[in-house]
Design a protein around this ligand. Structure first.
Ligand SMILES: *Cc1c(COP(=O)(O)O)cnc(C)c1O
Length: 423
């Protein structure tokens, strides 16, 4: 469910024409819908209304300050994987007490930052990390609340590159070594073990693998409590999928929540959820303009002004995005297969191959649907292309939430060494 639809023949985000935004801000540009962000947050929060919970929005899905601030205003916490994301979340209004710090390679500076601000918890992924957190906490005269991220050895069944819960993946400690890890945590002066965390991957459609993983950690809670640990929090991670194309039918947040309640039973823990894609995915599109239509060797290449540097999911994960002309095509417009490609000098700079599209010409606008998560956050300036601009729509109003950098902005941090000019 999202708020992008044709109105009077032009694709709109809520009450705002995408043509109007493109005319003012240029392309490529991401456009996010406030109503969609709110709706997705609320559907999840409502589904868990009767459970003590913290929705820690996974900031890496879409870390725009405007997006985080929108969610923070609804009470969202944040799941962060770097010091930068933590500072962003706080700047956007998320209290440190609602921030969970995840990630497999936290630096000493990042750990100190989290301790200074008093975050909710660190999700710890190894014993060396645990020892580092303890020694930094002791130096600061603090105790760090931690959960171990347990790798449950569950195959989430999604794309190999976004699955994280098997033995071959770098994430977490092995679930069968959890007992020993919590013993180590108990023996360290700077550590307060408060929870257990699990996150098995992303874009998962069926709740069954979650159940397998959650049941393992719920059983760990019982075992640890029996051995005297005061485990009061369970972090079920993120990963519920969203539809990218017609026919995609991920299990609903309601089904997900019902299963979570069943697994939690009477454990009486605070439940932490880390949704990213579920909240932001359908809340954004990337707009792009056709530069050229090139016929060659029996193929039609529609060359866009957006490239893999602006939206890398197709190149990185073979991901599918629906591409809609911003001007609504006639219902009887003939469809012909085209390759939708960008201007970047890489063969992987292709958004779709043999995609049936209505006739297109230079200057036409298209929208890549479901681009709100892992879109702009994964963009780069490869080929010295300016980072994409971002806009946020609310009803009939819209605002630029990231302007496009100028060429001077782009090179401001660089310089040739003195020896070249002989200085
Ligand atoms: C990426 C990530 C998430 C969010 O995953 P989604 O599929 O976007 O919901 C949650 N938790 C952790 C630890 C992550 O790395």
């Amino acid at each position: 469910m999202h708020h992008f639809a044709y109105r009077s023949g032009v694709l709109h985000c809520e009450g705002v024409s995408l043509e109007a935004i493109a005319a003012e801000l240029g392309t490529p540009t991401y456009v996010y819908s406030d109503a969609t962000l709110r709706r997705h947050y609320k559907v999840l929060a409502d589904a868990f209304a009767d459970v003590r919970h913290l929705i820690a929005y996974a900031v890496k899905a879409n870390s725009n300050l405007g997006v985080i601030a929108t969610l923070a205003s609804l009470g969202a916490g944040a799941d962060v994987v770097s010091g930068g994301e933590m500072l962003r979340a706080m700047k956007a209004g998320v209290p440190a007490s609602r921030i969970v710090f995840s990630g497999v390679g936290k630096s000493a500076d990042e750990i100190a930052l989290g301790l200074t601000h008093g975050i909710h918890q660190f999700n710890v992924e190894s014993l060396p990390e645990l020892e580092r957190i303890s020694s930094i906490a002791v130096k600061m005269g603090k105790r760090a609340p931690i959960a171990f991220r347990v790798n449950p050895h569950v195959d989430a069944g999604g794309h190999a590159h976004i699955s994280t819960g098997s033995a071959e993946h770098k994430f977490g400690i092995a679930w069968h070594e959890a007992d020993a890890a919590y013993d180590a945590a108990r023996s360290l002066p700077g550590i307060e073990p408060v929870g257990i965390a699990v996150h098995i991957g992303s874009q998962i459609f069926r709740v069954a693998p979650f159940k397998e993983a959650w049941t393992k950690v719920a059983n760990l809670v019982r075992g640890l409590r029996a051995r005297g640990f005061a485990i009061s929090r369970l972090d079920f991670g993120g990963g519920l999928g969203v539809p990218y194309k017609p026919g995609d039918d991920p299990d609903s947040p309601a089904v997900y929540a019902a299963q979570a309640r069943e697994v939690l039973g009477d454990l009486g823990v605070e439940l932490i959820l880390e949704p990213g894609r579920l909240i932001a995915g359908n809340a954004g599109v990337m707009m792009s303009r056709v530069e050229y239509v090139k016929e060659r060797d029996g193929r039609t290449f529609v060359i866009l002004d957006s490239g893999m540097n602006d939206l890398i999911r197709p190149a990185l994960y073979s991901a599918h995005h629906e591409v809609l002309p911003v001007r609504e095509p006639a219902p009887d417009a003939p469809l012909a297969p085209v390759d939708l490609v960008g201007p970047v000098c890489e063969s992987t700079d292709r958004f779709a191959k043999d995609r049936p599209m209505p006739p297109m010409k230079a200057g036409d606008l298209v929208a890549f649907m479901t681009a709100g998560a892992y879109g702009a956050t994964l963009s780069s300036q490869y080929n010295t292309r300016p980072l994409v601009a971002e806009a946020l729509v609310r009803g009939d109003a819209w605002a630029v939430v990231r302007r496009r950098p100028s060429f001077e902005d782009m090179i401001a941090l660089e310089g040739a060494p003195d020896w070249i000019s002989g200085g």
